[in-house]
Design a protein around this ligand. Structure first.
Ligand code: ADP
Ligand code: X15
Ligand code: MG
Length: 398
């Protein structure tokens, strides 16, 4: 990496402002998957061993620029207290007096976790004033938030304009190393699988993936904007209405470029977004008005799994259905098994994304694929060949 890494910094007695991605899934205030925290621990521990005070910044979910207890990082502070040797202090705000007084209590070898950076509207706007406040919290900056590195936000990128040196942590380095090694000259067939719920964020990625891949498989919430574009009924399924035209274009661009674009031929539908409601499987033209599609159907699952098993390189981001509910987890878990089978057969398989990583862990197959990335959107944008602001803004080496 042509950027400074944490080992290039002198850390003894320093306050290290470290951006991490602790955007972990929570249910009733309990962390349901700790992967993103576990993956950041080596960098945190390294800085602590070198005698630094580590000041952690993260977002959690998408609160709309104001404090919201449902998106508090407090559960993560409780987790860190058990996982780390020194003291862990929690700051009720990421800037201002609450942050400063938490930091004032910390000594070498202690950690301060500050509250969700997205409680401030400036964060996602990369507001220079907020960036400056983050920079003032410490002496050096480390980015280890691979999963957020595609965001040009204050705590990821803007801060580096006011705080140097800015260096990469171990997780960031590991992720980039793996992705660049495996996809720069992929063995073919190269299959990309896209699902999940961040449709408007991720649909644009497809255009840049078309020249690189042989097949694009679309499932999860992403699928229904495409089905709408094909004139199929989608009932109350997830829809990004202003992306329907783009979906139409992508369908014809895929055809023109000889890329196989696969969409569900059947779906599991329900009347409510709930595991308690009635559900059934219907064909692609069978989603009625009052129903919503929450998983791919069995026939689709077989077609997708066969395609994945025949691939030599697979990158998958975004669950095939609402795997958090047992009625709608079959497609995701079956595809996870297909990834494991492909890996056993010699394919390079990468699954990325906070929720996708949690899904493959839940399926018990996390150690049966080549790489589980902590970033979904970030790994996709990296594969597209885009500059990630969280990396390009770090201090150049030499
Ligand atoms: N058909 C669907 N309708 C609504 N939500 C869905 C559907 N399929 C999957 N999801 C949801 O997508 C979410 C994950 O999306 P996303 O954040 O884009 O993926 P990742 O974190 O893996 O990058 C999951 O919480 C899952 O419940
Ligand atoms: O969970 C994340 O991305 P992912 O769902 O694509 O894996 C990251 O924490 C980024 O979150 P954001 O998409 O709200 O900026
Ligand atoms: Mg997610």
């Amino acid at each position: 990496m042509a950027k400074l890494t944490i080992e290039d910094l002198s850390l003894s007695g320093k306050k290290v402002v470290m951006r991490v991605d602790f955007n972990v899934p929570l249910k009733d205030g309990v962390i349901t998957d700790d992967n993103r925290i576990v993956q950041a621990l080596p960098t945190i521990k390294y800085a602590l061993e070198k005698g630094a005070v580590v000041i952690l910044l993260s977002h959690l979910g998408r609160p709309k620029g104001e404090p919201n207890p449902d998106f508090s990082l407090r559960p993560v502070a409780d987790y860190l207290e058990k996982a780390l040797p020194g003291n862990v202090f929690f700051g009720e705000d990421c800037v201002g007096e609450a942050a400063e007084s938490a930091i004032a209590q910390a000594k070498s070898g202690d950690v301060v976790l500050l509250e969700n950076v997205r409680f401030h509207a400036g964060e996602t706007k990369n507001d220079p004033e907020l960036s400056q406040k983050f920079a003032a919290l410490g002496d050096v900056f480390v980015n280890d938030a691979f999963g957020s590195s595609h965001r040009a936000h204050c705590s990821v990128a803007g801060i580096t304009e006011h705080l140097q040196p800015a260096a990469a942590g171990y997780l960031l380095q590991k992720e980039i190393q793996f992705l660049s090694d495996s996809v720069n000259s992929p063995e073919r067939p190269f299959v990309a699988v896209l699902g999940g719920a961040k449709v408007s964020d991720k649909i644009g990625v497809i255009r840049n993936l078309l020249p690189k891949v042989n097949t694009i498989i679309i499932g999860g919430g992403m699928a229904y904007t495409f089905m709408k574009a094909k004139g199929l009924p989608i009932g109350k399924s997830l829809l990004e209405a202003d992306k329907v035209d783009l979906a139409k274009q992508l369908i014809s661009e895929a055809e023109a470029q000889g890329v196989k674009l696969m969409l569900p031929v059947d779906s599991v539908v329900s009347k409510e977004f709930s595991n308690e409601a009635e559900f059934k499987t219907v064909a692609e033209d069978g989603i009625e008005d009052d129903w919503m599609a929450l998983d791919i159907g069995a026939e689709t699952t077989k077609l997708y799994s066969d395609e994945v098993r025949a691939a030599k390189t697979v990158i998958w981001n975004g669950p095939m259905g609402v795997f958090e509910m047992s009625n709608f987890n079959k497609g995701t878990f079956a595809l996870a098994q297909a990834m494991a089978d492909a890996t056993a057969g010699g394919a390079v398989t990468i699954i990325g994304g906070g929720d996708s990583a949690s899904a493959i862990k839940k399926a018990g197959l996390a150690d049966k694929v080549s790489h589980v990335s902590t970033g979904g959107g970030a790994s996709l944008e990296y594969l597209e060949g885009k500059d990630l602001p969280g990396i390009s803004s770090l201090t150049d080496k030499g």
